[in-house]
Write a protein that binds this ligand. Structure first.
Ligand code: SF4
Length: 362
C-alpha cells in the first residue's frame, strides 16, 4: 500500500471482540464515542505487529489507548530500552520521545527502531549537547560525569556512567568511590541534582536543564491539594522542584509511583507528574481515586494511534545512532546496569534528608 493511504477503520463486531479486554481497562478514562475511533486502530496495529515481527514499547506517559491497547512492554525509559535489548522482535516501535528511541537503538543495535513522530523531543534532553559535556570535563578534570538517562546518545557517549531517577543517589556514590573523589557532575536535570544532593555526602555539580512538565509544579499547588483532599497521598516525581518534594508524601520514579499504588492501594492519590501516568495506573487500580492536577508533556502527546499505525505500515521513521557513538553510550548505560540493585529505591524525602546543602550550578 502506498505511503499515506491507510484503509478506513470501522468499529465492527470483530473489532469489538478483539479489543474487549482493553476497553475494560480504559473505560473509566475514555468515552464510548472516542473508543469507537480507537478500537479499530488498536486491532489494526496489533495485526501489523504480528505480520512484521514488531513490538511497541510504550512509556508510562502515553495515552491509555496506546499504553493498554498496543504497548507490548510498558514502563519507564530505561525499562523499555532493556526490553528492546531482550526482545526477539525485528522491529521496535518506540511510543515515547526521541532520546528513548536512541537508547533502545544503543542497547539493541541490530534491531530496526522506529519512532512515529520525529518531532517528539524533550526539554531536558535538548538542554545539553555533547560539546557542552566536553567543556564541562575540561573545567572539572578528574571529576566523574553521571548523566540522567533522559539525554541524547551523543551526551551519553561523553558520560562515565548513566543513572535513572530511581538509582541516582546510588550511582553518584558509586562513581565518587570508583574515581576516588568527593565531587560528581550530575547532569542535566537541575532539580534531580538538587534532590540527590540532599541525600548524600558527595558534592554535586549540576547543569541548568529542566523538565518543562515537572518544573511547573509549586509547593503552593501541593499545599492547596492537601487542604482540599486531606486523605490523599501525594506522590511527586524527582524532576520536581525541591520545595514540591518537601511537602509531598512520597517521591520516586514513574516505576516507583506505579509500585506505590499497586502495593499500598491508597484510597485517594495525586500523582505530581504527566497526566497520562494517572490514567494508565488507574487501569490496574480501579479502587483508587486519582485526583488531578497534572501537566501534559507536549512531546509525548505527539505520539498517537494513527501515527503508530502509519509508522508500522510504512516502516518510518527509523532512528539511527552512529555505531562508534553508540558503543561509547552503551558503556555508560552498561556501567549503571552492572551496579548491584539499590537496597531501597531512592525517595528524595527532604524530611529525612541527611543534608540541606545545595549544588554547584554550572
Ligand atoms: S515529561 Fe519532561 S523529561 Fe519527559 S519527555 Fe516530557 S519534557 Fe522530557
Amino acid at each position: 500500500m502506498a505511503d499515506g493511504f491507510a484503509p478506513a477503520f470501522a468499529f465492527t463486531p470483530e473489532v469489538d471482540a478483539a479489543t474487549a479486554s482493553v476497553w475494560s481497562k480504559v473505560k473509566t478514562r475514555i468515552s464510548p464515542l472516542e473508543w469507537r475511533a480507537h478500537a479499530p486502530l488498536i486491532e489494526a496495529i496489533n495485526r501489523l505487529k504480528r505480520e512484521k515481527n514488531a513490538v511497541v514499547l510504550a512509556h508510562n506517559y502515553m495515552t491509555p489507548e496506546i499504553f493498554h491497547g498496543v504497548g507490548d512492554y510498558v514502563g519507564d525509559s530505561l525499562g523499555l530500552a532493556r526490553e528492546a535489548a531482550r526482545s526477539d522482535a525485528r522491529v521496535i516501535v518506540q511510543a515515547g520521545v526521541h532520546f528513548m528511541a536512541e537508547t533502545s537503538k544503543v542497547l539493541a543495535p541490530d534491531k530496526t527502531v522506529l519512532i512515529p513522530d520525529l518531532r517528539a523531543g524533550c526539554s531536558l534532553a535538548s538542554s545539553i549537547t555533547g560539546a557542552d559535556v566536553r567543556l564541562i570535563k575540561q573545567r572539572y578534570p578528574g571529576v566523574p560525569v553521571v548523566t540522567y538517562v533522559n539525554t541524547t546518545a551523543e551526551v551519553k557517549a561523553e558520560t562515565d556512567i548513566c543513572c535513572t531517577s530511581a538509582n541516582a543517589v546510588q550511582v553518584v556514590e558509586a562513581a565518587a568511590a570508583a574515581w576516588g573523589t568527593d565531587r560528581v557532575i550530575l547532569i542535566p536535570d537541575e532539580f534531580l541534582a538538587r534532590n540527590v544532593a540532599r541525600q548524600t555526602d558527595v558534592k554535586i555539580i549540576a547543569w541548568r536543564g529542566r523538565c518543562e512538565v515537572h518544573e511547573r509544579f509549586t509547593a503552593e499547588d501541593i499545599l492547596e491539594l492537601k487542604a482540599a483532599y486531606p486523605e490523599a497521598q501525594v506522590l511527586a516525581h524527582p524532576e520536581c522542584p525541591t520545595e514540591v518534594i518537601a511537602v509531598s508524601d512520597f517521591t520516586g520514579s514513574t516505576a516507583a509511583m506505579s509500585d506505590f499504588v499497586a502495593t499500598r492501594r491508597p484510597k485517594q492519590v495525586v500523582l505530581i507528574t504527566e497526566c497520562s501516568m494517572a490514567d494508565n495506573v488507574a487501569g490496574d487500580a480501579p479502587e483508587t481515586e486519582f485526583v488531578r492536577p497534572c501537566n501534559l508533556c507536549p512531546h509525548m502527546k505527539r505520539i498517537t494511534l494513527q501515527n503508530i499505525y502509519d509508522c508500522l505500515l510504512n516502516d518510518r521513521y527509523e532512528v539511527r545512532v552512529d555505531p562508534a557513538m553508540a558503543e561509547r553510550a552503551r558503556l555508560a548505560v552498561q556501567r549503571m546496569i552492572d551496579l548491584p540493585p539499590p537496597a531501597r529505591p531512592a525517595r528524595y524525602d527532604l524530611v529525612k534528608a541527611r543534608h540541606h546543602v545545595d549544588v554547584e550550578l554550572i
